[in-house]
Design a protein around this ligand. Structure first.
Ligand code: PGA
Length: 281
């Protein structure tokens, strides 16, 4: 069967991978694929629902979105967004919040309608956390579900803030951050003492409900997480490995993050066989 997605092979001989020489070219390819869906939906008079990630990984992807908006007139007027996660205790206008991150890198720079932006509220009172998480799930459902989920992965394999050992079926929830995450992200806060120790995050089950997932992982720090996510085992100790269950997830790498894959030659061998797979499907 032919696919409408350029980064998704038709036959799942292995977790779909796209390895690029540089993270910038990778980010542009991801932006081009998502932009293609945004434009196709515009022609049909339909909205498109994006699940968005934060952290250093998607910064060049957002920069490419902004360039497409400014130079190639890509409009975001038909886009609805849901962000993956937010630090517990930070309101959306806190300088270190992911809400502010999104405004700085994307929302304030494009024509996305304010009413179509959805963020988890890290400052919601304790007693309202569960209801807030349930409402977030409900809003995703009411929007028709997520068409495209953009993800990064932590060094410990987390996706969103779903830290190792959390349930692979989890829905949007409050998570305790792992020591590794506290260490990795505390630089942004100046010190460990100032960093929130909890976060609200879409669950792994929520993420797996997206119709299409593009996970980006760049640089040598992600080698172990990528190896586990792509080559298994499927395990709660590496939340990213849950993507092995998803029929339309593609892992976008650069040569550094792909360096630990044990079966790279096998993938190349399979992918170089331009057989007419459709005959066998
Ligand atoms: P990073 O974080 O993009 O800052 O490396 C990714 C993540 O923790 O999911």
């Amino acid at each position: 069967m032919q696919t409408e997605h350029t980064l998704l092979p038709t036959r799942l001989e292995h977790v779909p991978l796209a390895v690029f020489a540089h993270r910038l070219t990778a980010s542009c390819a991801v932006a081009a694929e998502v932009a293609g869906l945004i434009r196709a939906r515009q022609r049909q008079g339909r909205t498109v629902v994006l699940g968005l990630a934060t952290g250093s990984t998607p910064v060049s992807f957002y920069a490419e979105f902004v360039r497409l908006h400014r130079e190639e007139r890509l409009s975001f007027a038909n886009v609805i967004t849901f962000n993956l996660d937010e630090y517990r205790g930070l309101s959306a206008d806190h300088p270190r919040s992911y809400g502010r991150f999104m405004r700085r890198h994307l929302f304030d720079l494009i024509d996305l309608p304010e009413t179509r932006i959805h963020l988890l509220d890290g400052a919601v009172p304790d007693a309202a956390v569960d209801a807030h998480c349930r409402e977030y799930e409900e809003k995703i459902r009411a929007a028709g579900g997520i068409d495209f989920q953009i993800l990064g992965i932590g060094r410990n394999g987390h996706i969103g803030f779903n830290e190792p050992t959390g349930s692979l079926r989890s829905r949007t929830w409050l998570k305790i951050l792992s020591e590794q995450t506290l260490k990795d992200n505390s630089a942004v806060f100046g010190s460990l003492a100032e960093m929130p120790k909890h976060a609200l995050t879409m669950g792994i089950g929520t993420i797996l409900d997206a119709r299409r997932i593009l996970l980006l992982a760049f640089g040598p720090a992600k080698v172990r997480a990528v190896e586990h996510m792509v080559e298994g085992p499927l395990a709660a100790i590496c939340p990213g490995s849950a993507l092995q269950l998803h029929p339309r997830a593609t892992v976008i790498l650069d040569e550094n993050s792909a360096a630990g894959l044990h079966y790279a030659d096998h993938y190349r061998w399979i992918d170089s066989h331009k057989l007419d797979w459709q005959k066998y499907d």
